[in-house]
Structures are given as C-alpha cells and as structure tokens.
Design a protein around this ligand. Sequence first.
Ligand SMILES: [Zn+2]
Length: 272
Amino acid sequence: MTIPAFTLPSNAKKTIIFRENTVADCLDFCGLDDRLDEVSTTTYLNALQVGEVYDSALWTTQDRRTALWWIFVISNQDTTIALDYECEHCGKRHTADIDMMRLDEGVRTITSDCFIKTELLFDGVERQITIKPITGQEAMYMERQGLALLDLDEDSLAYRQELARLKVVQLACAFRFELEPDDFEEALDMRISAIKTMKRTSEFRMLVASIESAFATLAHGLDAVLEQGQLALVSYPVACESYQPKEGEQEDATPATRLLIPFQGKLFIPEL
Ligand SMILES: [Zn+2]
C-alpha cells in the first residue's frame, strides 16, 4: 500500500512522501516514553520519510499531528477509536466509536505565509515581532522543561512558579524578533528576558492577545485544542444516544457533542 503524498498544512507548497510502517518500526517504537511524546513524534516522522528527509522538528505542531493522523488512517483498516464520555445533554456515560477518517472534514491548509508581523511595546520600546506557530523543536523543548512539574506537589509554591515560568517559555516560542542569535536556546532566552521587562497589565496582555489572535488566523491542520498542555483533536458532532426524538421532529434535532480525542503518539504509532 502506498501512502498518498502529504501536503504540509502550514505550507501548501511542501509535500512529504511517507512509506508504510514495517515490523521493524513497530519494534523500534514500542514502549515509547509517554512523557516524551514530541520526541517520539520527531523520530517517527523522520524515520518514515522516503527520499530526502525534511526534519519534522522544523514543522509546526499542527503539521506533525496531522501527519501522524494521515499515516494512521491510510495504514489501518480499522480507523475507529472508542471514546468513553459523559454526555453534556443527558448526563449519562456513552461510548462513541469515532471514525478518525472522518476528521478530514476539519483539515485546513494555509496557502499564504504562515506568520503575522506586528509591533509591540517591550518596556516602552516598540519592536517588530513575527508571530508564528510553535514548531516541533520548541514543543520538544517545552516537553522536557515540563518534566520538572512531575516532581513537584501541585499545591506547592514551587509548582505554581514553574507553571508560570513554562507559560512565559510557551509565549517566547510563539514569536521571533527581527535580529536574533542563531542558537535556539540563546534566542529563546533573549525573548524570555524581553518578556520579563514588559509591563504586566498593558504590554504583556497585548502580547498574549496578539498571539491568541494570530494563532486563530493561522489555524491549520486538524481541528485541535490545547487542554492543560495536552493537545486534543476535536471530533465531528456525535449524537446523544439516549435522546428520544419528539413526534414530527427532524433527525438533525438530536443534540450532539464534539468530543475531545486525546492525542498521543502511542495511539497513532503502531504496535505489533
Ligand atoms: Zn446523552
């Protein structure tokens, strides 16, 4: 079976050729460290490329997740995933079989530039920044930094401080200055230092709002949301199974829910 060429959702001009996974891949990738999902994703997406490898660490996180999903739906005969959820309409627990193939209804591809330039004040000085999606390299960095939280008590001051620090790191990964050092961590540190100088209620809020708005404009790939640091894919509407249609009511009057599908590499990377 051949996997049709995959177009990067962030860049319609770039296509990637993946090969079908083999038993050797399953052996290589079984027992992945759940805590390093982004690292596994990079290794897997690079290993499966045919010909010249375009390092998936440089793709956006949405490109990477959409690529994992693409390989999964093309390579598997059964593309359904069972999800247990509490129904917001009737309060009961239902089990839905989500056909992952149908998520393609929500795939968006960007045909223009996948960044937005704007000017913001940093400690009273206007500077031009380019807001752009988080890359795989940045996601891997944040994932490693996030491991520190696992050793801390959630009610502790240290935990809250670490969480606040990670929030700043995430914002610093979402933009670039015009002139930056080539080194990844040096450039990131420069942005973190600049964010720390911002006036909290005016300048910093403006940065957060600008990034949120740019991310909405630059949305691409599968429909997904970030929930407590974990990315979840958004399903098509799933009808409440307990609902009894009233007499003469149309079928589409049945209340439905869009479910959040937890997205982890182990769900998509094959096991034997
Ligand atoms: Zn229900």
